[in-house]
Write a protein that binds this ligand. Structure first.
Ligand SMILES: Cc1cc2nc3c(=O)[nH]c(=O)nc-3n(C[C@H](O)[C@H](O)[C@H](O)COP(=O)(O)O)c2cc1C
Length: 342
């Protein structure tokens, strides 16, 4: 896209968080143009009962509050995942908290779920749905736990978010894998995971019968789980009939050369260095889950080959974040065209 080529030098000349805010403003303005968003041509697929027009979606975290949802949909994504939102607004971690590592094609972030809260997103999505201009692009909403909520009460936060966003989401993603909320990742294990999934499935069924609409939910897992733990998560997914898995999030590992600027910043690493781990996680999960359960592959997709590798590893669909920052929107159109049916 010509506009991205023009904007890129400006975006990369300012610090990463201001650049992100500016990009969101441009995308918001792009969304205000008349007309509906049209997904890029690709092969449609139905996963979790939702029809996705192509294989590439926007990963969570870029538009946590849905302020630029329409502009992002206009870029051609086959779905966009908003959030992570938490039940109440929260400021996130102190700045700086987002770092570019251009030599490595990577980002490190420790945003800490800065967001305006579930109610604000619900209101924005209600208006978007009423306007009908995003009818062709499924919306996922990624939900999380407030920083102030003790881990023992985490389920209450996820349940509150599910209830608030249920009317407006095509699917929900339960984020258990952010490295930037203390203890969050422990919810991926054992009794804590079982209790959370049991409660979410119960509410999902209750909302479906009360509101006449079944909204599927995915678990978003970390790429840093050891094989045993990943196997246990897969077992729980099958046992509780969780609708799908997003694999995965940014990594706490640092597969980066020593001395690289920002290498040792705390937070999650995304982009090129994450790709092998993310692909391995998808392959392992596919083996544990069998052929049917939907897997959305996410992590280190910056080229067509990366996307193909993720699909070959067993993903049904992919999401990108860091690839959009470094390669621009043409990346998503290239990936979408990969599986064009016409
Ligand atoms: C600045 C930033 C913020 C993010 N925020 C979230 C978030 O709020 N929730 C979430 O589930 N993932 C979040 N992620 C993780 C991405 O959704 C994605 O899983 C990860 O970056 C790996 O994909 P990538 O290599 O294509 O970027 C964030 C990533 C970045 C770079």
């Amino acid at each position: 896209m010509a506009l991205y080529r023009m904007l890129r030098p400006l975006l990369f000349s300012i610090d990463a968080e201001h650049s992100h805010a500016l990009a969101l403003k441009v995308l918001k303005a792009f969304g205000a143009w008349p007309g509906a968003a049209r997904p890029a041509p690709g092969r449609p697929r139905t996963l979790m009962g939702v029809r996705f027009p192509n294989a590439v979606g926007l990963a969570a975290g870029l538009d946590k509050d849905g302020v630029a949802a329409l502009g992002l949909a206009r870029l051609g994504f086959g779905h966009i995942e908003l959030g992570t939102v938490t039940p109440r607004p929260q400021p996130g971690n102190p700045q700086p908290r987002l770092f570019r590592l251009p030599e490595a094609g990577a980002l490190i972030n420790r945003m800490g779920f800065n967001n305006a809260g579930a109610a604000a997103l619900a209101e924005r999505l209600a208006a978007l749905k009423r306007a009908g201009r995003m009818a062709h692009t499924p919306i996922g909403v990624n939900i999380g736990k407030s920083k102030a909520t003790p881990l023992a009460k985490a389920a209450e936060d996820y349940l509150a978010c599910m209830e608030a966003l249920h009317p407006w989401a095509d699917y929900l993603t339960v984020n258990l894998s952010s490295p930037n909320t203390l203890g969050l990742r422990t919810l991926q294990y054992g009794d804590a995971l079982d209790a959370l999934l049991g409660a979410l499935k119960e509410l999902q069924a209750r909302l479906a019968s009360r509101r006449g609409r079944y909204v599927p939910f995915c678990l978003k897992v970390a790429p840093d789980l050891e094989d045993d733990a990943l196997g246990a998560v897969a077992e729980a997914v099958l046992h509780f009939e969780v609708d799908g898995v997003v694999a995965g999030n940014a990594t706490t590992a640092r597969p980066l050369p020593a001395g690289l600027k920002h290498r040792d910043e705390a937070g999650g690493l995304s982009g090129v260095p994450l790709a092998p781990t993310a692909r391995r996680t998808v392959a392992e999960l596919r083996q544990c889950l069998g052929p049917e359960r939907p897997i959305i592959g996410c992590g280190g997709i910056l080229s067509l080959d990366d996307a193909q590798g993720m699909l070959n590893a067993g993903a049904d669909m992919v999401q990108i974040y860091t690839g959009l920052v470094y390669r621009g929107p043409s990346l998503l159109r290239t990936i979408a065209a990969l599986e064009r049916s016409d």
